[in-house]
Design a protein around this ligand. Sequence first.
Ligand code: RAM
Length: 942
Amino acid sequence: MLSVMLALGTVWANAKGIVPGYLRCEYKESPVTDVAHPRLSWELTATENNQVQTAYQILVASSPEKLTENGADLWNSGKTNGRGTAQVAYAGKPLASRTVCYWKVRSWDKNGIPGEWSKPSHWEMGLLDKSEWQGQWVGLDLDHLGKGKVYHLPPAPYLRKEVTIRNGVKKARLYVTALGLYEFSINGKKAGDAFLTPGWTDYDKRVYYQTYDVTADLKSGKNALASQLSYGWYAGYLGYSLLVQNPVVRAFYGKVPVLKAQLEVEYADGKKETFVTDQSWKASQGALLESDLLNGETYDARLEQKGWNLAGFDDAKWKNAEIFPDKADRKVQVYPGPPVRITQPLRVGTTQKRPDSTYIFDMGQNYAGIVRLHVKGRAGDTIRLRYGEKLYPDGRLMTENLRMARATDTYILKGDPAGETWEPKFTFHGFQYVEVKGLSNAPTKETLTGLVIGSDTPKTGSFETDNAMVNQLYSNIDWTQRANYVDIPTDCPQRDERIGWTGDAQVYVKSATFNRDVASFFTKWVVDLNDGQYENGAYPLYAPRPNLRKTDTFSPGWMEAGIICPYQIYRTYGDTRMIRDGWQDMVQFMNFLDTRSKGTYIFKENAFADIDPKGGFGDWLSFGKKTPPDMLASFYYAYCADLMAEMAAAIGNAKDEQRFVETGKKVREAIRGHYVDQGGRFKCDAQAYGNGAGYVDGSLGFTGHTQTAYANAIYMNIINPADRTKAGDYLTALLKENGDKLGTGFLGAKPLLPALSATGHSDLAYKLFLSKEFPSWGFEVENGSTTIWERWDSFTKEDGFKYNAAMNSFSHYAFGAVCEWMFGNAAGIVMTKPGFETFDIRPEIAPDGMGSDGINHLKASLRTINGTIVSEWSSASGKLTMKVKVPVNTLAHVYVPAGAEAKVLVNGKQLSSSEAVKTVGKEDSYVIVEAGSGDYEFAVSK
Ligand code: RAM
């Protein structure tokens, strides 16, 4: 009787079982998608430790009412055994365009008990076939109006159309895209909250569209559909083309921005109506006189056509919209990434009046975005806003590093006595300071508001310590990521560049995954990468790739982004679809490497002498003698082969797996035969490079024996395991020779600390990490940075900005790749199975005795696709406390730093007699504990 009651009690306590939440489809909550078999995911919570999902059931229905086991008309997966909670592809009836799919899921726990159904969620199918687009491309050619100025900046077109809607609208969807940038409104209300739509792609191959639910925005009777266009990436200035005097400097894809839109209305009586862009649309120009991503906007509020976007406006004077032809093979698809949005407002920190009567506003944070201006004055008063990341010591705005990007917004007042508020729509800047000219009154708190923009990638990571410098560094890393993940991963947000540099992206991608959920962001950009792949198989220097400079092609260390980025997305999110979709392209890249190596499986000195710069960019922005770029190219060759082998296995392609395992071996053998001497030192034939002319910093000379060589060789497993220790010793010796200072560039900085840690030199890794001396991460923080700099010497106390002032961004994430070590080593969160289904917590405790210059407490968290992991440690006078959170349905190996003599308690009890966790081994000075889901506290005393 008692046992029955107890058993019932347990069942009762667990009646809820494990409960799925955070339902997503294609990585998004309630998205519109055009993926035929969209992938679903959910996150589990449980009240009990050690919980796993043993089975799940998914229901999908065409209405909320049908979302029952018997009613689900689209899909009932039935009870499906398995642990998977992500990347579960819809496998029901074929889904037609426009279908709204309601879904829910439940999970069975380890005891075979089904939990409650999740709250319902939904996704919606977009227009699956291009032929469903009845709208035409419409626009207004104002190109001639931009001529004769310093920059060719024609005014932005305005488009409008009134439509009559009957009573009883049940559902209304607006589909919009543009070649260029658009903002669309219905009856004066902006559709959605995205910025810079529809995003940057190779517009000859594809363009994306957005879908808006506008059911609530329509009224019966006349409705105004209105759109403003801008030149954007399609027709505006791009990158450094003007700086390098490229024959084409703007309008890389087309001269005139055009719009395509379709409003589909469904009435309660079942009737449908569709309104599309066509010849009946009217076009004009208005207050937006200039509009360009790099150069900024000019808005003359006196030219506003009042009510142009409302019904009843008299557009008799407007022209008929012009129709522009389509390209037959241009795809029109749903935007797969997270929208670019205003993600945060910022209040002005301080304001300074300058001798020339301008004001400098300090926003307190370097960011990408715009400002909202609020002013009162006379009609015709002109406010000019210029943006900069830094001030000169005398307080002037520093704009040298913007190069040819004018980055200036101008607002001309209409003279509204109530004051007027304006913000640009189609541009953004990278800045911390704004210089405002033309204010007739002293500024107030309301004059400027900062608006941060960026791809709205959900925050997933946090990293806090008791060391203020480290906390600021982490903040700088995340801000730099936000400033540069703007539709594509850019190098910098301020100067005339802002392009998708592949090298920067590949060194940083893993770091990015610790801070934000970048799954859908890279789902988009990997398409851009594949679209940008050259005929010969090489991935480009930047994607998308307009022809910004004749000599731009590909470079080792950059082009490998085509392999490394999809691999990282696979590892972090368990995404094999991206691998499958891109497999042919990736294999083609590997074929390219094979062909280039002429069957030798190595790139010897001068193997890339035919590209510009010779050898490619190599260890870009390093100090001292150069690591031969060809040696690094060879390392990357082996590394890519490994990643390809692993990805081949993940998609069940045994043949390719074997091929790439072989390639990896052959490349390593060839490297050892050519670039390694008897004593295991890296070497090269420096003579072969002659005087180095044509190579990046070639005059400094070349040597294989560099920090970058060993760091990469250890990180990429280039050397024999037996020689690993030796490589670590060479690395530490090189650092020592250099006064324990790093000299690594873009390709060497990321693996540096991980390589030290991997070879038993965690203390030295910490020393470099915590250093505040030039060059170091801490030096930037010490010098007031709020973002990561492009160069270690972007600013020095001695020389100010002098060192290459023009090529000097203060918001460049490449060196922020130290983030990988912060999470992976200092906090010790190490994934061991894709998606963090299993992982290690193996923290490296900072050396003690450094007081406030060291780290005595660290807490990192990461919301993975399998739930949130926390790793926290505190160390004080011989005592160590570790707190770990293991999400439901995952398994962790916790490496507890405890010497042979140490006493370890877990949740207050002796580890050895714990029932909560299992001790499974020892390694170095760690005790390895296996832990299922739950919260654990380990206390270690000597
Ligand atoms: C610079 C970019 C980028 C780098 C290339 C090689 O112009 O800013 O960071 O990848 O050069």
